[in-house]
Design a protein around this ligand. Sequence first.
Ligand code: 5AD
Ligand code: SF4
Length: 442
Amino acid sequence: MAALRYHLTTFGCQMNEHDSERIDGLLESLGYERAAAPSNADLILLNTCSIRESADRRLATQLGNAKRFKAARPGVVVAVGGCWAQSLKDEVFERYPFVDVAFGPGQVDRLGEFLLSDSLEAQGYFEFGGFTADLPMRSQQSASAWMQISVGCNQKCSYCIVPSTRGRELSRPFDDLVAEARRLVARGAREITLLGQNVNSYGRDLRPARHSFSELLASIDAVEGVDRLRYTSPHPQDMRSDVVAAHAELESLCEHIHLPLQSGSSRVLKAMRRTYDRERYLSRVAMIREAIPDISLTTDIIVGFPGETEADFEQTLSLVEEVQFDGAFTFVYSPRRDTEAALITEALVDAEQASERIGRLIELVQRGAQQRAQRFVGRSVEVLVEGSSRTNPERLRGRTRHNKPVNFIGVADPGDLVEVEVTGATSTSLSGEATLLASAVR
Ligand code: 5AD
Ligand code: SF4
């Protein structure tokens, strides 16, 4: 299959330029190639700015073009990032229904997750993560690297387009992955994120010898120089005790799990064909928290699935309240071609109701995340330095093992591991002051 091509247009300031460099790095590591013009791209990206009217006008033209290109070639994905997207949030989709993905400034890693996870053609926006959220440049020279471990998906979630577009799950050979981890470390990576539609079902299709996801985790952890190991996204069904034990046992495996929920109502989960119910999800969370009490948990939630009643939605709210997630990506359901759910014509949730529900959900998620984040205040945490803070160039920024962005006072270079004393926490980021170079303490 020919490589997918992308075209990126950047508006506005240095920060956007910087984000765009990361988008280039990210897409390159995902195997995308640059297209000379948006007219022949599979992925059209606009990294937007809302500071001046002139940028708005240029953007309007580009959006108009993207719409035309997509009308001519329906498979095209349109992604809009940056400040203008952040300011409009879900209104982007009301005003420009041909947009597939919207994300705020500094949320390039979310774009990566989005492109690689289930929703390449689902509408989604990331309300979560403010202007201070930032991320590593996931390019070849960076201390953080992505590694795709499988393609496709064997699940049959009724809303999801992936099984029809990307086919059966195919795992990359075990030894190739371990060798790639070594290569990445040799190039300067110290944090590796494993990516796949359903990472924890990795390896079942491998012949002659099958391998499990937890074996892969252990073998990559054993590679000298891998200080941090992450993965996204697992399916709750395959979140078994061996993977949970790996979190407790492997030094590099970070204290963060992104565990997509989708709905807190067992009835809706059944209609979504998620293969678990509310109780099963909660018992997985309990198992995780028993093994690693301090772990950060984040999730994906869809609101407005066909047939979702107010009572079903309240089940989602109550589960969110009960679990206390450290963050969540929320999506309004959108029907995708060739999916089972797209054929449902009864009891559809109208756009107004869905938007009202997602508003309530976001508020609850943010309140919970804000409370959860307070546990870090007063603690000393290990931070992988990414560069200078986007809101205050006098400060540095980085990420904790719990996957929280941190803005802090200190002297360090990108790629350093430092200890930071946390003095403040919002729902999306921490702030603090560096104490000692962690690598110096070791
Ligand atoms: N509508 C809305 N959200 C969707 N997602 C996947 N498909 C759809 C859809 N048709 C969301 C799921 C998934 C995330 C990456 O995208 O929550 O976990
Ligand atoms: Fe889609 Fe479900 Fe597979 Fe994820 S697990 S890619 S949501 S079918």
